[in-house]
Ligand binder design. Structure first.
Ligand SMILES: *[C@@H]1O[C@H](CO)[C@@H](O)[C@H](O)[C@H]1NC(C)=O
Ligand SMILES: *[C@@H]1O[C@H](CO)[C@@H](O)[C@H](O)[C@H]1NC(C)=O
Length: 284
């Protein structure tokens, strides 16, 4: 009975907390019970709630190592965003999140795999969550879109950020957020506005090879059916821009999961009957 009540309490708690995941457009900043390292990290997410089992059982978990063999190169992807636009900027769910201002009259459309989407928000992962042919990147930007035709269908465009090289220029998306990062460093709960220059990322998606796969939310509840479009070509940032971002987000990346369709790595590590079933208060 006690166990049952405890589970019910946990369930209610997580249901409430989950109303503000970083892929939605809810702007609540409730403290989340999961983390990215140690006893609340990705290796134990499935033990924190009965709702989060998929993190340890699903065979199409994100992020993955992007490989020509396991993903599909897609053509004609387009971000039909305005070149420069106002966004709201804040720290939430371990990420620096840049959210559409609801009153913004501009339509932020995207064409991905022949379907039409609408931008909800974008955020930064450090280090990059996906790897490309086993190579890591210091940053990955996730542009989260919702389908115009299929309500609730999310598609995420991922663009890696890598350090400046040779005579290349830094992407203006990073310098657009410089002042906001300074304020957030002093006041983590600040909600700010920023005029963000999107020209570089718009061009990136038009000129780079985009790799598609059908994966999952890369954080609890790890739900399947998230469509990923990862650009092979990184945008560039200055060392100082990386340092500023890192101070805000800290480490906020899940480690790469098994190849799509192969057993979940946690299920492989826990092969005994009932081994994954226990929901504990681990890390809390
Ligand atoms: C965002 O909010 C709009 C309007 O309230 C809603 O229709 C849409 O489904 C939400 N999208 C996501 C991804 O939560
Ligand atoms: C993606 O995977 C989900 C769950 O595994 C499946 O239900 C869905 O139909 C797939 N979507 C596409 C577009 O392939």
């Amino acid at each position: 009975m006690f166990i049952f009540e405890k589970c019910l309490a946990l369930f209610t708690f997580f249901t409430l907390v989950l109303s503000g995941p970083i892929f939605g457009n809810d702007t609540s900043s409730a403290a989340l019970p999961y983390g990215y390292a140690g006893s609340t990290g990705p290796n134990v997410w499935h033990k924190m709630s009965a709702e989060w089992k998929e993190c340890a059982t699903s065979k199409q978990q994100s992020p993955i190592n992007i490989h020509a063999r396991t993903t599909v190169a897609v053509r004609d992807s387009q971000l039909l965003y305005p070149a420069v636009a106002m966004f709201e900027v804040f720290y939430e769910a371990y990420a620096l999140r840049v959210q559409l201002v609801p009153s913004d009259p501009q339509e932020f459309a995207a064409m991905l795999g022949g379907r039409r989407y609408r931008l909800v928000q974008f955020h930064f992962q450090l280090p990059g969550e996906h790897t490309l042919e086993d190579e890591y990147f210091p940053v990955e930007i996730h542009f989260v879109h919702e389908s115009v035709d299929v309500p609730g269908q999310l598609a995420v465009v991922g663009i890696f950020g890598d350090f400046l090289k040779g005579t290349g220029a830094p992407d203006p998306i990073f310098s657009s957020l410089k002042n906001q990062l300074e304020v957030l460093r002093r006041r983590k709960d600040a909600r700010l506005h920023a005029s963000v220059d999107l020209k570089g990322v718009i061009r990136n998606i038009e000129t780079s090879t985009i790799r598609y796969y059908n994966g999952s939310l890369p954080f609890p509840p790890c739900s399947e059916g998230i469509l990923w479009y990862i650009s092979e070509e990184p945008v560039r940032l200055r060392n100082e821009e990386f340092q500023d971002l890192k101070k805000i987000t800290k480490l906020n990346s899940r480690h790469t999961q098994n190849d799509l369709g192969s057993p979940n790595l946690l299920a492989m590590a826990c092969p005994g009957a009932g081994c994954l079933d226990e929901v504990s208060s681990v890390g809390r």
